[in-house]
Design a protein around this ligand. Sequence first.
Ligand SMILES: [Zn+2]
Length: 411
Amino acid sequence: MRVLGLLLLTYVLTAPSQATPFDAPVYHYQGALKVDPDTGHIAADWQIDLLAGQSGALTFVLAPSLGNIAVSGDVTGFETGEQGPFQSLTIQLEDDARQIGIRYDGVLLPEPMDNDINAISPERVELTIDSFWLPVDAGFRGFFTADLTVDVGAAWRAVANGEVTQLPTGARIINSGPSLDIAFTLAPDFRVSGQEGYTLFDLRDHDEGRDRLIVAADFCLDYLNARFGARDPLPQISFVIHRRSESAYNRRAYITLTDISDTPDDRLTQFVCHELAHHWSAGADFMTVENWLNESFAEYTGVMALRERHGEAAFLDRMNGFRDQVAGQDLPPVWVPGATERRPYLVNYRAEPIALWHLETCLGRPAFEAFLVRYMVDGIDTTPDLLAMLEEVAGTEARDWFEGRLAVSDG
Ligand SMILES: [Zn+2]
C-alpha cells in the first residue's frame, strides 16, 4: 500500500485546464457511502457510468478488507483476486456496456495506515484513494467525475476535493472535474476561518502557527495569481490543518496540511506555494517520466516564492540543500528521448529543480520567467513540447543546452 500511496500522494489528482487523452473522464461515479465512525465499518453502493461504452473485462482495485461484493448492471460476471497488497475486482462486461453497479462493505482499516492519512474514528473520517475505499480502475487511467453522498450518522462538517453540500448526517460531494480520487475529511467540528480566496479548516484545538500560515498563503495567492492567473486564477481553496506532524497532500482545491505550529515561515511559503502551483502544473501523465514536469515546476516555483519573500540567502540555502541531497546518488537522467519510466522522488523534487535553477542562471531571470509563465499558462504536458517552447522563448542554443542538461541528473 505504501508504494502506491506515496506514488499517488506526490501527485495532484487534478485535471489540467485543457483535456488531454490520459485524464479525460472515462467514468461517472454516483455513490452512497455509509461510515460508522465508532467501528470503522463502511458500506458503499456505486453506480458507475462507462461514458464511452466498454466491452470485455474491466478490473478495479479495492481494499482487501472489503467484502460482500455484489456487481450488477451491464455485466455477465465478476471475480475477485489479489493485486499486490490490494484486492482486484475483475468484471466481465456485456458488449458496449454503459453502466455497472458495485456494492461492498467491511471494516476498511482493521489496522491503521502508516501515514495516518486514511482514518475512521469518532474524531474524523478522512479518506483518499490510498486506502482504496473506492473502486479505482486498475490502470490508473480511469479518471472520473463523481457525485457521492457520505453518511456518518451525525451532523459532521465536510471538506473535500469537490463541491460540498452539508446534509443532516453527512455531506454530498460533487466532483465535476475529472479526477482519480474522491478525497475528503469529515469531522464533528472544525475551527473555520474564512480568508480572502481560501478557508482554513483547523482540526487542532489551538491556533499556533495559524497567523503565520495566513501570511504565507496570502503571499502565495498573490505571487502565483500575478504570474500565472490572468486567464485561469486559483479557485477558492480549502486548507485542512490536521493534528499530525507528517503527510500533507493536495487534491485540486482541497489541500491538507500537517500541524503547522512549528513550521518555519520559509518552509510554509515554499510548501504552500508548491501545492498551489499545482493548479497549473498538473497536466503531465503522472504515471510516466513526464511527471517530472508536474513536480519540478511546482517545487521550483515554491523555492522561487521563498526567494521573493525571504531573500536570496534563504533561496541559496535551500537550493544548496537540494544539491547535498542528490550528491553522490546514483540517479537516472531526468529525461532523454524515448524515456518512459516515472522517476524517483530525488529526481523530480530535487535534481530537476536544480536543473531549472541552472537554466534560470543561464537564461537570466526575465527570460526564465517568460519560459515559466508559458509552461504554466499553456498547460504544457510533455518534455518535447517544453523544449519546443523553450526554443521559441530563448532560441535553439538554449533548447539544445537544456535537453543535454536533462540527460544528466546531477549536472
Ligand atoms: Zn507536488
